[in-house]
Design a protein around this ligand. Sequence first.
Ligand code: ATP
Ligand code: MG
Length: 312
Amino acid sequence: MAVVRQRRHPDLKLPLPDAASDRRPRFPLPLPPAAAAAAAAGGTATLADLEKLQVLGHGSGGTVYKVRHRRTSAIYALKLIHGDCDPTVRRQVLREMDILRRTDSPFVVKCHAILPQASGDTAFVLEFMDAGTLTSIPIPSESALSRITRQVLHGLSYLHSHKIVHRDIKPSNLLVNSRMEVKIADFGVSKVMCRTLDPCDSYVGTCAYMSPERFDPDRYGGRYDGYAGDVWSLGLTLVELWVGHFPYLVDGERPDWASLMCKICFGDPPSLPDGASDDFRDFVGCCLQKDSKNRWTVDQLLAHPFVSRDRR
Ligand code: ATP
Ligand code: MG
């Protein structure tokens, strides 16, 4: 199938106010084990070792650059978070540091070093993903989408097995390289699960991709299962990648989070248009179950025919 459909709303940003913003992060930022971090980044000890080549993207509180290590010529992505950002963003920095220190998977963007600066800025030296995010690739064929999905599921399976919920799965947080490897990035609102989630703390991320029970836990027996929330966001991401626009919005519609919340909570979940296979349609249906207890887990989804069958 020739696929040249135009994407609309290529990077939908609808962050919610963070209800837990009164919880102050602990400062100064803890330093990473310096020797290990420096060795991993080819001897990066300071920002001066990295030459900025171009801006890759802007996020809340900072900028991401493509950089070259002056001595080794290795290319990295440098995520620089400004120290004068608001407390919510500072808390995200701490979360991201905590998670990135714990993760080591081929399906998660690798962090080579974390370099806290005297200015208060924090620099993350990351694996460079040279093809950008899933928002910047042409709309994939179903077989390509199946391969993409399998990789994201492996990344989520790794995270969930380490009790980490991502909480912001969306096309712009899934990075891709020229080998078509897809990796999960951006752990600013992720969480290491202890027992249960504080309902206030569950209210973070990009609301457009949030599951119904995150907005309206009472309707679902007071349950908010962060793992199932990631699966919902994956389902929505797949529909978006297939149809080329955020599925809850029709053409020309203004995205505002209050009306979106109503659609997510009270409307039917999006489904795939004609042209998708039964396997794909069923897979999306397993992700987009409104009641989280009917939603498939990541490990169940890995055995689903849409991703387990060879579709070359
Ligand atoms: P947002 O609030 O939009 O989620 P953010 O502050 O969380 O942004 P990131 O999502 O980590 O920041 O990065 C912003 C953008 O920078 C990404 O959408 C992507 O275009 C680019 N980017 C981030 N990390 C990398 C990387 N490792 N390799 C290549 N590009 C990257
Ligand atoms: Mg992001």
